[in-house]
Design a protein around this ligand. Structure first.
Ligand code: SF4
Length: 474
């Protein structure tokens, strides 16, 4: 393991991506059925997998083995997350950026990018539009620029929480922004953020250097890799990791994500709250190198394999993907999706039904309204959830794991999903979605076996339908 370095880094800064070792795992032969079955059994027992075991799943590419991995991922999803899908929406605040990432329309060398930072009034308008369709959870997205320092991010978070319209309010604000120093993370934590996301984009050192020029802040591989260590040291214990699939060999990125999750678990006693696996998308002024592009079958496999490798980490599937594939992949262990998403600056009030690529970081595959996605989820047997109770009851990081591991959380997740769903149905849903949702709630109530909890839940659902009481969580 490379030696530790001090200074602008965390106490635990180390380059834990041992590339030669991870690449050597990719040369291993296909596993035999018995060994594959043992690994799947370990995962179904909700034990995280090692990188070596994850590599075995990557080599299990015979059709019947791929199917076995898919089946196990579906099973584990049901065991840990049930049929809930948590919903959120992205809100781009500003696209000024000093970096020059080769795959991004907001890179500094793209002179055609329409640069903008939402004003306070514009932020309020965007949040109001999101609340008026029923959203309760947002992720704020910022370019990397001195203007978007920790103080500005914290101020923006506070402003978003203050926007309340009717029964509308945002109850959890996550962040996707540049890595901060420890003091900066303390500042944003104090503003009440949920998850802080930093994607390494690619964990392959040479590829990283190829897409992130050394004379830009993002060119510092270790400073970025160490970013969430600093967040953890500052007390931000809900962190999100991710890789941009299509920059390098997807199998290497999967192993590296698992290595990163295990490193956080080992170092801080808690792994990442979420893992994201965005695929490269067309972007203004970007000529995509197609060498490592991930096809749909590989994408399904990487989601299923991540599900089995990190049983307790949320998996986020974004609207980069087309509706058809989202629908299919969700069954393999996805726990969170965005819906009704627009990523143009001002996109929730200023653009029509078609995307304005010149105002986007990349193009989206799914811009269907929230209500349409809600109905599809309900028809597919899912319970769409806007739950934020763990975060607001302090069940975060290691404390969340205390609840999650023994399976208790399930006793709270479904009831909380149902109360937030009822709020949506009563306050925002179309008649068709309301009908589908009421049927779903009825079906879920019959499945609850805890009578005392069922009575409490029934009272709350009744209250939401007949009074102005809202935000009734367990
Ligand atoms: S990916 Fe992010 S950091 Fe890189 S150029 Fe785009 S906005 Fe800037």
């Amino acid at each position: 393991m490379p030696e530790q370095v001090m200074g602008k880094y965390s106490q635990r800064a180390v380059d834990f991506i041992d590339e030669a070792f991870l690449l050597s795992l990719l040369d291993a032969p296909a596993p035999d059925k018995v060994y594959l079955r043992d690994i799947i059994a370990k995962s179904l027992a909700k034990q995280p997998l090692s990188v070596e075991e994850t590599a075995t799943l990557l080599h299990a590419d015979a059709p019947e083995m791929v199917e076995a991995v898919f089946d196990a991922a579906r099973q584990l999803k049901q065991q840990v997350y049930g049929n809930r899908i948590v919903l959120f929406a992205p809100l781009y605040i500003g696209n000024l950026c000093v970096n020059d990432c080769g795959y991004c329309a907001f890179r500094r060398s793209n002179r055609d990018a329409l640069r903008r930072t939402l004003t306070s009034a514009e932020i309020a308008r965007q949040v109001t539009a999101l609340e008026n369709v029923g959203h309760k959870r947002l992720i704020l997205v910022f370019g990397e620029h001195a203007r978007y320092n920790a103080g500005y991010i914290a101020q923006t978070v506070r402003q978003v929480y203050q926007v309340k319209i009717g029964h509308g309010e945002i109850r959890r604000v996550n962040i996707n922004a540049a890595p901060l120093d420890i003091e900066g993370f303390r500042t944003v934590r104090a503003a009440g953020i949920g998850t802080y996301q930093i994607f390494q984009e690619t964990y392959h050192h040479n590829t990283y250097a190829r897409y992130h020029p050394a004379n830009t802040p993002k060119g510092d591989y270790l400073y970025r890799l160490d970013g969430l260590n600093r967040a953890m040291e500052a007390g931000c214990d809900d962190v999100g990791i991710g890789a941009l699939f299509g920059l390098y060999d997807w199998r290497f990125e999967v192993l590296s994500l698992v290595r990163h999750a295990l490193f956080l678990q080992h170092t801080f006693g808690v792994g990442p709250h979420t893992i994201s696996f965005p695929r490269l998308r067309p972007a203004q002024g970007v000529v995509l190198d197609e060498q490592y592009l991930v096809d749909d079958n590989q994408f399904k496999r990487l989601v299923a394999i991540l599900r089995l490798a990190v049983p307790y980490t949320g998996l986020i599937l974004t609207a980069r993907e087309q509706p058809r594939l989202r629908r299919e992949v969700m069954a393999f262990g996805v726990s969170q999706i965005d819906a009704g998403s627009r990523i143009e600056l001002g996109g929730y009030t200023e653009v029509a039904d078609t995307q304005a690529l010149e105002r986007e970081q990349f193009s989206l595959g799914d811009i269907r309204p929230l209500d349409v996605v809600m109905r599809e989820l309900l028809e597919d047997g899912y319970v769409p959830s806007f739950c934020t109770s763990c975060y607001r009851l302090g069940r975060t990081g290691e404390h969340f794991m205390e609840f999650a591991v023994p399976g208790f959380i399930k006793r709270y997740c479904t009831p909380n999903a149902l109360t937030t769903l009822m709020e949506y149905l009563v306050d925002y849903a179309s008649p068709e979605t309301r009908r589908a949702g009421m049927q779903r709630i009825k079906a879920e109530l019959t499945r609850l076996d805890d009578d005392a909890l069922k009575r409490q839940l029934f009272d709350r659902l009744e209250n939401i339908q007949t009074t102005n009481r809202r935000d009734l969580y367990f």
